[in-house]
Design a protein around this ligand. Sequence first.
Ligand code: IPE
Ligand code: IPE
Ligand code: MG
Length: 224
Amino acid sequence: MNPLNHVAIIMDGNGRWGMRNKNSRKAGHKAGLKTVEKIIKHSIKNKIKFLTLYAFSTENWKRPDSEIKYLFNLLEVFLREKIQKLHSNGIKIKIVGNKNLNKKLRTLLTYAEKKTSKNEKIQINLALNYGSKKEILDTVKKLIKNKKKITEENFTNNLYTKNIPNPDILIRTGNTKRLSNFLMWQLAYSELFFEKKLWPDFNEIDYDKIIKKYSQIKRNFGKI
Ligand code: IPE
Ligand code: IPE
Ligand code: MG
């Protein structure tokens, strides 16, 4: 049995779900948030210690303004309403990505991180305004600026994800097989699962099936 410590998820398919079911992409994002809550709960139940959720990529800025506004508003309202409950459930929140967002949201994100920083049940890494290429370049620049040697260890310890182990599993919903600029360094040895279902339709049973498959895989890490 492989230990399962960290699950990373590309939550894709909200827009298509919304168009199909309610003729509105925004409705899909709203429905996707319900799945987020379900999957957090189920991760805790499965004793997973790290859950990384891709919420907004550096490329998602290319979407229409109204969709971007809606997404950030959804996040803001969610955090405001749920932060107390997340905290009392022992959830630690960490933002992975560039926090250079509007001041109100940045303050809220920093507050959520600080408030939950001592929690130990599960760590939720919210990949927000995240891009793997930007992360890699930022890390190289930081190492050079601090006159550090470019070694694998220094590199790993200076990524946005420092102190977070690499994901054991990557799940991408939405019937597309690509990484879309997500954790390219960290996923080097992760087991990849591509799920046909759109994110709002993804449920605990689908999640359990993936976990079961993962537990039976022989992970080699180059060895035999
Ligand atoms: C993923 O769903 C959520 C975000 C990118 C915020 P999409 O919005 O990409 O949904 P599709 O892929 O268009 O269906
Ligand atoms: C990846 O989904 C980003 C998030 C889930 C936040 P996208 O829908 O943005 O990816 P592409 O554009 O289809 O590759
Ligand atoms: Mg998409």
